[in-house]
Design a protein around this ligand. Sequence first.
Ligand code: SAM
Length: 276
Amino acid sequence: MELWVTEQQNENVNFSCRVKKTLYAEKSEFQDIAILETEYFGKMLILDGVIQTTTFDEFIYHEMIVHVPMFTHPNPKSVLVIGGGDGGSMREVIKHSSVEKAQWVDIDGRVIEACKNYLPEWNHTLKDSSVVSLKIEDGIKHMREAQGLYDVIIVDCSDPVGPGEQLFTYDFYKEIYGALKEDGLFVQQTESPFYHQDLIRRIQKDVNALYPITRLYTANIPTYPSGLHCFTIGSKKYDPMMPSPDRVPDFETRCYSTETHKASFQVPKYVSKLLK
Ligand code: SAM
């Protein structure tokens, strides 16, 4: 019998692919967790029916969400990742030798455990790291208690439904502002410029009201809705359109480069009109 998995991307659009086998499935306190082996995209993490990451294209998402803000800051020492239960973002953070403290906060310990067991190729480098510290906690609670602690905050959250909903609000961006140092910056994955235009407009407005610099950049990620994905940065001092002078990767990358960094902010007109 043929097995297919289908993600409903909106009420009129589905995305399906053929499945080899189910590696793991569980209903946690917060969400339905599934890890599948697919024919074309390799392993796939799905939360509440929504594709989070796949072997095929996870490197694009994780390198772009992490290295754009990290190479904007001249010397990121203290970094926070909210969400990112698969470990891909934290894996990229600790490639920066400047990092002394890498705090990781995810609401769901079951996602972390499942990804540790079934996606070790994403996150095996984390277990030997002396800088990573993991807390199983709501990102909103963590942010309220953190004041002036972080150079860079990476919000690698699920969609704005379920446990991730409150991570897309003005109040949360305000808490992030308080948790950043005086020259800090944050990034958040902010969905598709085709399917989530109202959300992107609202986020731009909210971040812009709080931060001196608000920027949006994009990356092509084939397994995300519409294939084009947005990221929003709020920055207190450094303009992310330019990587910090003299900071270039001294580690292997498959997607990120200084040129890709700069180009990712050159968005087409149909995207830039969402920023007005
Ligand atoms: N790259 C992904 C995407 O764009 O779909 C996000 C991947 S990551 C697996 C999402 C993580 O956010 C999950 O591990 C989930 O448990 C976590 N999460 C959701 N809401 C959260 C919250 N309020 N605080 C902390 N983590 C949260």
